[in-house]
Design a protein around this ligand. Structure first.
Ligand code: NAP
Length: 305
């Protein structure tokens, strides 16, 4: 894979940006990668571990002269960062982002993008429960999807170039409009995270079950919820605040189904429960067939002994 951009600027140096940096280097996709993070501590860590060719003390300094600037900060911080870099953006440059919500980011960032600068929002569907500059790795996006969410009138060449860039980092790309993206992600990511947070919160509140039992017997299913519920609190606060409508719509449906299952349990309606669980099992099979997870038992976890 060859160079797609001469200079890429990564604003925010957490899990996603650090993974992008290592993936860019793996494939030689950029001549130079500059980076900026809000805190001196993160910038120092980045310099120490060689994350970015040049770590800058301001977002504007990192963005100056870049032909691609990617906003990799929490969704709620995107607008302020876009305002800060706007004056230094060159005509013909592309601004993109990796935010987990698209409509709110487009509304916050779009108005700051100067004329002649392309704005092509994107969202890589890849992540872990870890965060910060040390958490990234080059393989994060391999065989994962990156959704490109162009706005009406987005420049086709700028879109194609950004798609090539994500493909170079190992991802498959697809295009989607912002409202549809936010609804799909509410189903596949946002509502499941809220349910995991709730389940772990319930276990924490249930003082009849001691902490040590919750931890000791967690492999019975609870452990998988705890992994999701360990995700970054600021990132997820912003996701729910900015994808309100779609998340509430899905949670409404979830609550209705939960009541139906609750009723089936109370009335002893085994057929309903079995039909339901048969249907859901097929979805798991579909995910494995699509190459989006492993069919090894227990998600491929290594067993002791
Ligand atoms: P992260 O590891 O927590 O890193 C966030 C970075 O943003 C840090 O470098 C942080 O700087 C910086 N930052 C935070 N608030 C800021 C502000 N107000 N102004 C300027 N910089 C700020 O986060 P991440 O997981 O990489 O997520 C980044 C973006 O990717 C989010 O929009 C998220 O929705 C999206 N995303 C995440 C995942 C995932 O699974 N994690 C997946 C796909 C997309 P300091 O370190 O100095 O605080």
């Amino acid at each position: 894979m060859s160079r797609v951009y001469d200079r890429v600027a990564l604003i925010g140096l957490g899990l996603i940006a650090s993974s992008m940096f290592w993936a860019i280097k793996r494939a030689g996709l950029a001549g130079e990668v500059t980076g900026h993070a809000r805190s001196a501590e993160t910038r120092d860590t980045a310099r120490e571990i060689g994350l970015c060719d040049r770590v800058c003390d301001s977002a504007a300094e990192a963005a100056e002269g870049a032909d691609l600037v990617v906003l990799c900060v929490p969704v709620g911080a995107m607008g302020a960062v876009a305002a800060e870099i706007a004056p230094v953006l060159d005509p013909g440059a592309t601004v993109s982002d990796v935010g987990s919500v698209k409509k709110a980011v487009i509304d916050a960032v779009g108005p700051h993008v100067p004329r002649g600068v392309h704005f092509v929002p994107a969202h890589p569907l890849a992540g872990t429960e870890h965060s910060g500059p040390r958490s990234g790795f080059a393989e994060l996006f391999d065989n994962r999807w990156c959704l490109i969410v162009p706005e009406n009138g987005s420049d086709r060449d700028a879109i194609a170039r950004l798609e090539r860039f994500w493909q170079g980092m190992g991802a498959h790309t697809d295009e989607m409009d912002a409202d549809h993206h936010d609804l799909v992600l509410a189903v596949t990511s946002h509502a499941p995270h809220l349910i995991a947070y709730t389940m772990v919160g319930v276990a924490d509140d249930l003082r009849r079950v001691t902490d040590s039992e919750v931890i000791k017997y967690s492999a019975a299913g609870f452990r998988d919820f705890t992994r999701i519920a360990a995700s970054d609190p600021v990132m997820w606060r912003d996701v729910f605040l900015s994808n309100k409508e779609a998340t509430l719509e899905i949670l409404g449906r979830f609550t209705e189904e939960l009541f139906a299952l609750q009723r089936a349990i109370r009335t002893g309606d085994g057929a309903h429960l079995q039909d339901y669980f048969t249907r859901t099992r097929a979805i798991r099979r579909g995910i494995i067939e699509a190459g989006q997870d492993t069919d090894a038992p227990d998600f491929g976890r290594v067993r002791p002994g």
